[in-house]
Design a protein around this ligand. Structure first.
Ligand SMILES: *Cc1c(COP(=O)(O)O)cnc(C)c1O
Length: 468
């Protein structure tokens, strides 16, 4: 399987190459050259596989030519060994035909672990094979940073530096990052916003001498391997519900459009997916796009669901590319106009095509709290704010006889203040995190300046590679 950029980079590349590269050199996102498809009989045969074996099977078509199936089976077994639920991603029927697919039983209690734990294994495998070292730098508003740190801690092949906006993550989120003691991990609290952190990472990538000096790599959600690693749970849920012999629908609370894009990919691979519904908070650019083709950027406002406080959904470019019949020039022109004007001029035919498959619902904070309370009162189900928005979007789009499967993206204990406010219940942290508030924190607070942060990353690499 070879990969090409959404903006026309002509050079096709292998799975292992795009795993380490992340973003394409022309600023585009990598996409598989063709969609691998399975026949109904092949889908049926996958019903008996365990979660790790199913994940290996799905990944094997995307990694074809780079990593073989037995190796992937070994890596997937390791990736999901640390999950606290034997089913890995269990389905809970919350209301008649409305299912919560719990993706938060990994080490950091958010769905990012589902892909990031596997990415940790994939990086380790490819870097060992190539005898190569890299430095992963990432910006986080909370969940991506802790998932990356858990996935890459202790690795002899890479250094990790995670930038978070000082004072703007929740205490649970910050402590999940800063209490990790492994030498290869550096946490930096940047005096600025999440957007400043993200711009800083982009500036480091643009600084070619620095990028080459430290072997810069990225694991943010534009990395195709993360999307690929998110496809198996949609496949498994669909198979459990009777696919390919029955249609199913999905609803996904959405920020960067990565998770729902994986559900869409599952349908491209031949699963009978009827509807895809996205949920958003008041940062509703995607909802406005799907209801009225209004993809215009507004200022980001903080909400109870901070992992969806996003105005530029980077993975949307992949759907756009498909809706434009994979025309890289048209995709490039649309994306550049968006950057220049703050409004994306999406071709009417492309918009209609997106609207055929996707629905959307926006819930503000008040409606989110009301939804959390209703879920608890009516079903005894404790949902975090992100999951509650997903469940509301799923309920709205439900059709009789068609199971609606909702991605439950965070454990309620990750957002205890909102859960307490909505239900009066204090959600307990699982045992492996019970001492989170007594562990010592380690992080540097630095000014929002490129040379200061680059120096800190250099010092970090030097310090831990000399002790290793
Ligand atoms: C990252 C995240 C999301 C958004 O996922 P995208 O792939 O960016 O759409 C939703 N909920 C939680 C809890 C998250 O951590």
């Amino acid at each position: 399987m070879l990969y090409r950029s959404t903006r026309g980079d002509a050079r096709p590349r292998s799975f292992s190459d795009i795993l380490l590269a992340g973003l394409a050199e022309d600023g585009g996102l990598y996409m598989p050259e063709t969609w691998p498809r399975f026949t109904p009989d092949e889908w049926r045969a996958m019903r008996s596989l365990s979660y790790p074996d199913l994940a290996a099977k799905i990944l094997s078509v995307f990694a074809a030519g780079s990593i073989d199936l037995p190796t992937l089976q070994r890596l997937c077994a390791k990736a999901y060994a640390g999950f606290s639920h034997a089913a890995i991603a269990p389905l809970v029927e919350v209301e008649n035909g409305l299912f919560s697919m719990e993706l938060f039983h990994g080490p950091t209690l958010a769905f990012k672990d589902m892909a990031m734990q596997l990415l940790g294994q994939l990086f380790e495998h490819v870097l060992t094979e190539r005898n190569q070292r890299v430095t992963i730098v990432g910006a986080t508003s909370g969940d991506t940073g802790s998932a990356a740190i858990e996935a890459f801690r202790g690795s002899p092949h890479l250094s990790v530096a995670i930038l978070h906006p000082m004072g703007r993550t929740s205490d649970v989120q910050r402590r999940q990052m800063t209490t990790v003691k492994d030498d290869n991990i550096l946490n930096i609290a940047v005096e600025g916003t999440f957007d400043d952190c993200q711009d800083m990472v982009k500036a480091m990538f643009a600084d070619t001498p620095f990028r080459d000096e430290i072997g810069l790599s990225a694991v943010n959600s534009i990395n195709w391997a993360r999307i690929a690693a998110q496809i198996p749970y949609y496949v498994r849920a669909a198979l459990m519900m009777g696919a390919p012999d029955r249609e199913i629908s999905f609803a996904v609370p959405t920020g960067n459009f990565g998770n729902v894009l994986a559900a869409w990919a599952a349908s491209q691979m031949g699963l009978p997916v009827r509807r895809l519904c996205i949920g958003s908070n008041r940062n509703d650019i995607l909802t406005r796009f799907l209801t009225s083709n209004d993809m215009s950027m507004r200022a980001v406002e903080p909400s109870l669901s901070p992992s969806m406080d996003i105005q530029v959904s980077s993975n949307f470019e992949r759907l756009l590319f498909e809706m434009l019949d994979r025309d890289p020039q048209a995709c490039q022109a649309t994306m550049l106009a968006f950057r220049q004007t703050g409004r994306m001029p999406v071709d009417q035919a492309a918009w209609m095509r997106a609207k055929e498959r996707f629905g959307a619902l926006m819930l503000d904070d008040e409606a989110t709290l009301a939804e959390m309370k209703a879920l608890y009162d009516n079903s005894g189900y404790l949902a975090d704010p992100h999951t509650a928005i997903g469940l509301a979007a799923g309920r709205k789009a439900q059709e009789p006889g068609i199971p609606m499967i909702v991605a439950a993206t965070a454990h309620p204990a990750k957002f205890p203040d909102a859960v307490r406010k909505a239900t009066g219940i204090d959600p307990a942290l699982p045992p492996h995190l019970a001492d989170l508030f007594s562990c010592e924190e380690r992080y540097e607070t630095l000014a929002n300046e490129l040379n200061i942060i680059e120096d800190a990353v250099r010092r970090h690499i030097k310090a831990h590679t000399h002790t290793a």
